[in-house]
Design a protein around this ligand. Sequence first.
Ligand code: BG6
Length: 454
Amino acid sequence: MAPDFVIFGAAGDLTSRYLMPALVHVIKAGYLDPTVSILGVSRQDWTPQQFRRHIADRLQQHAADADPEIIANLLDRLDYRQADVTDRAALSSVFHQVKGPAISYLALPPSLFIPTVETLSDLDLPRGSRIVVEKPFGTDLESAKRLNRLIHDSFDEGAVFRVDHFLMKQTIQNILGLRFANRIFEMLWNRDHIERVEITWDETVALERRASYYDRSGALRDMIQNHLLQLLTLVGMEPPVSLDARELRDRKVAVLRAVRRYTPDEVERFTHRARYTAGQVGAVPLPNYTDEDGVDPELRTETFAQVTLHLDNWRWSGVPFVLRSGKAMAADRHEIVVHFRPVPHLAFEQSPPPPNVLRLQLNPDRMSLGVNINGPGNPFDLERVELKTDCCRQDLPAYARLLLDVIEGDTMLSIRDDEAEESWSIVEPILNAWSEGRVPLLEYPAGSTGPNLA
Ligand code: BG6
């Protein structure tokens, strides 16, 4: 029997902006069993009709092109219960209504994860139930461990989906194919041939009315602790034997374990933080970050973070991995760039050409390899060319793929308990040194290429 959905936080933005449009795609692609119902739960005093109307309204904005028949199919499956996630009796009656196993989706503010899981652990959920937890999974190592312990009171690890929508982006998944289905890259994928790796997620978007979450999070927690460390695991991992959930996640967590935990001195050497000041992104003027609605300047939250990590293992010893992400930047730059070392000897009588560079770019999704070949005219003059290919278009948006894995019970691309904890243990020494003021909080004008890190 296919489990029903129970969405906690049904009145929130995540539900209407991401989950409902994703469900539209999943239904359209024929992946949602006709018997599956979707029960929204939140504190809003709504009737089921009001909930359906709210979702229908929001879908006009977030799934404007969707087929009306598919929207009707989704709306027909929706039901609604008003409940507080800390109210045991109310949640017990929610699960009575569902009857069989359910997928509990925590589309909630992070501060409600622990209280909700605590309430769930008091209930006797039917076998086959699953839970989906959005990021951020905790706010530090201790809270992540606590959340894991509480979740395990009610769910086996195989029923837990700590989701990271970056892993659902097709071009990110292509890292596996590129690395492990080609002889030419894997043989060179190590410290002998690679000089450095850059993983960059610069965004033009700024705060987007998310101060209540973002101002207590910042770029390091929001992007690097989860999304960018996940990309690092795919670039850095050893070849897996198969793509099963345990194997793949064993290989990923081994990368996280290899990342050096920094001393405060190393945090000073290898990390940077900054926040934007007033400026203009394209035609959009932005105020100082500290003047944005809901921002508390005392929190000294960074909107830009750059950390250079080192993996202490045979494959990567000495190769810096530069992870960086900033908001309100001049341009969207989402890419992984692998810089190869220069050739050991150049027979050509000219200044050395740039070393090979492999670039995996998102939005637009494209891969390119910079190579040096004999140019036109004098064939012994080298010329730089870029071998480029567009990556295939994503058949389903990232959130729909994520739901598909949850529906199919496939945890391969969900974050395992130990991965979440290892990621926090990498980031925590940085957060601590930053809160002690060991690394200056720089500034950069909104719409620029970021702070001057020289
Ligand atoms: C989210 C972060 O997880 O990812 C946002 O909280 C960020 O701050 C977003 O903008 C980026 O994801 P995407 O898929 O929109 O590039």
